[in-house]
Write a protein that binds this ligand. Structure first.
Ligand code: SF4
Length: 125
């Protein structure tokens, strides 16, 4: 009998949200993916098992604005194992108003190759 693990996950690549069943062998390798409507689902399942990534969202303090903080996010998904380092770098930042939407406030955050960008403006007081 096979000792392969079966894991259920929802593909988040497109709004269809296919329910995937992923078979993983004892070495952590993906040996089969079912339930995907297109090949992107298989790629997503393999990435999710071997090196899962997420977009990180947070807020940053702003001095001299009508808002005390501004929301920010990574401009692409980063390895889940790097999220703590990303949050730490974000927590060290304080911005000065005015802040534009889409402003890059950290380049290559925590060596992930992703940038931190603002998702809202913060006008001056
Ligand atoms: S498997 Fe393909 S069709 Fe299904 S949610 Fe993923 S990207 Fe969309």
């Amino acid at each position: 009998m096979s000792n392969n693990e079966k894991r259920l996950m929802t593909c988040i690549v497109c709004p269809l949200g296919c329910e995937l069943e992923v078979e993983i062998d004892e070495n952590g390798n993906v040996v089969a993916v079912t339930g995907n409507t297109c090949p992107k689902g298989k790629d997503y399942a393999i990435q999710e098992v071997t090196a899962p990534k997420r977009v990180v969202m947070s807020v940053v303090y702003v001095k001299g604005s009508i808002f005390p903080t501004v929301s920010v996010k990574t401009n692409k998904p980063v390895l889940k194992s790097k999220i703590f380092d990303v949050m730490k770098e974000i927590s060290n930042i304080t911005l000065e108003a005015p802040v534009e939407i889409g402003q890059i406030i950290i380049k290559n955050v925590a060596g992930t190759d992703a940038d931190i960008v603002t998702t809202r403006p913060a006008p001056k007081k």
